[in-house]
Write a protein of this length. Structure first.
Length: 271
C-alpha cells in the first residue's frame, strides 16, 4: 500500500476495520467480514491496540450486527453517510434491485475501490460511490449519482455523528430528513455527552485527540436530538439491552436515569 493510499483512509476507518476482522475470527462471530483484515492493514491493528479500551470491540461488533439487520430490511435505496471501509455491499445478501450509495471523501473512496479490487470483492447490489464532503453540499453529488427522492431510502450514519461538531451533526441529520419521504429510515449511533466528560473516557479521548480524530459531539438525550432534526425515534438502545446485545455485551446495561457514566446509543428513526 502506498503512503498516499494509506493517508487517504482515516485512522478511524482502519481500526474499525480491524475490530470487524477480530470479530469475524471468533467462533461465535456476530458477522463475517472477509475483507476487513486486508482493509485494516498493519496500521489498523496497531491503532486497535491503542484505542481498544474495554467495551470498544464489543460495541463496534454489536453496532455492526445491529445495522446489518436494519440493512436486511432495506428498501430499494441505501445511503451510507461516511461509508469509510464498510463492506456491506460485498458481504451482505441484498434484495434484488437494491442500490447502495457510499458517500465519503474522494481520496478515501478511490483508495477503497483499489483495495477492494485487490481483495477480489464482488458486490451483491448496485454500488455507487458519491465523492463529497458531508459538511458541505453533498446532496447534489448524491442526486447526480442517481439517488431519487421518489424511492424509499434507508440512511445509515455509522460511527459518524460523534466526530462532527454539533452544528454539523444536526445539519446532516436534518438534511437527510428534508430529503426523505414518509416512511424513510435513519439508523446509526450516537455518543452520550457524559462520554465526553467522564473520567472513564479521559484516556481514550486524550489518545484520539493526540491522533487528530477527537470526539466532538455527544448527547444524553438522543430522542430529542432525532426529533429536533426531523425524525421520529422508533427505537433507541444501549448496548446490552434486548435488541442490542446479541450475547456479546459483557455487562448489565445501566438504567438511563443513572447519570455520570459514558454510553453509546443505537437508534432507528423514521421520517
Amino acid at each position: 500500500m502506498t503512503d498516499m493510499r494509506q493517508e487517504a483512509v482515516s485512522a478511524t476507518a482502519r481500526w474499525t476495520a480491524a475490530v470487524r476482522a477480530h470479530e469475524s475470527g471468533l467462533p461465535d462471530a456476530l458477522f463475517t467480514d472477509p475483507y476487513a483484515a486486508g482493509l485494516a492493514g498493519e496500521e489498523g491493528f496497531r491503532l486497535l491496540e491503542r484505542y481498544g479500551n474495554p467495551g470498544v470491540k464489543e460495541f463496534i461488533a454489536i453496532r455492526t450486527r445491529y445495522l446489518d439487520e436494519v440493512a436486511a430490511r432495506a428498501p430499494g435505496q441505501v445511503v451510507l453517510l461516511a461509508a469509510g471501509l464498510d463492506t456491506r455491499t460485498a458481504r451482505l445478501p441484498w434484495r434484488p434491485g437494491t442500490v447502495v450509495y457510499e458517500v465519503d471523501r474522494p481520496a478515501l473512496l478511490e483508495a477503497k475501490d483499489e483495495e477492494l479490487a485487490a481483495l477480489g470483492a464482488r458486490h451483491g447490489c448496485g454500488r455507487r460511490t458519491v465523492a463529497a464532503d458531508l459538511t458541505g453540499d453533498w446532496t447534489s453529488a448524491l442526486r447526480a449519482a442517481g439517488w431519487s427522492s421518489g424511492e424509499p431510502t434507508l440512511w445509515i450514519a455509522e460511527g459518524l455523528l460523534l466526530y462532527l461538531p454539533e452544528r454539523d451533526a444536526r445539519t446532516l441529520a436534518a438534511t437527510a430528513a428534508e430529503l426523505s419521504s414518509p416512511g424513510d429510515v435513519l439508523a446509526g449511533d450516537l455518543l452520550s455527552h457524559q462520554s465526553m466528560v467522564s473520567e472513564f473516557s479521559r484516556e481514550g479521548l486524550r489518545r484520539l485527540t493526540e491522533d487528530g480524530c477527537p470526539w466532538l459531539f455527544g448527547t444524553d438525550r438522543p430522542e430529542d436530538f432525532l426529533t429536533e432534526c426531523g425524525w421520529k425515534p422508533a427505537e433507541v438502545l444501549c448496548p446490552g439491552e434486548p435488541g442490542a446485545s446479541f450475547g456479546r455485551w459483557p455487562w448489565e446495561p445501566l438504567p438511563r436515569e443513572v447519570e455520570g457514566f459514558p454510553r453509546n446509543f443505537l437508534f432507528t428513526a423514521r421520517r
